[in-house]
Design a protein around this ligand. Structure first.
Ligand SMILES: [Zn+2]
Length: 109
């Protein structure tokens, strides 16, 4: 593990070099390594934003798709604008798809 080199998990997924299961396994390895001096997400070539989505429960393959095709820019609940770089959103599954919604959504539940 000490010899493990930084890699680009999402890019590897996009290019089909690894499977979603490989991605989960690799992530477990990285998270288990306490000797790393860089944050786990950085080690795996992910941005804070991408890592945040994963922390919300997104699959790596889903975030990889967003990296390849662009992130959603609206809230599935109220249809309002979401600028994903600015946070204030939660990545969650809705209608079988990973989508964004406001943390504080103006539309009541
Ligand atoms: Zn909303």
């Amino acid at each position: 593990m000490a010899d493990m080199e930084k890699f680009d998990l999402l890019d590897d997924l996009i290019r089909g070099r690894i499977s979603p299961t490989d991605a989960d396994d690799l992530c477990s390895l990285v998270l288990a390594d306490t000797s790393s001096t860089v944050p786990a997400y950085e080690f795996m070539g992910m941005s804070r934003k991408e890592w945040t989505a994963c922390a919300h429960g997104a699959e790596f393959s889903e975030v990889a798709k967003w990296r390849a095709n662009g992130w959603p820019n609206k809230c599935f609940k109220c249809d309002g604008l979401i600028v994903s770089d600015n946070y204030g959103w939660i990545a969650t599954h809705h209608d079988g798809e990973l989508q964004l919604k406001h943390v504080v959504c103006p539309k009541p539940t």
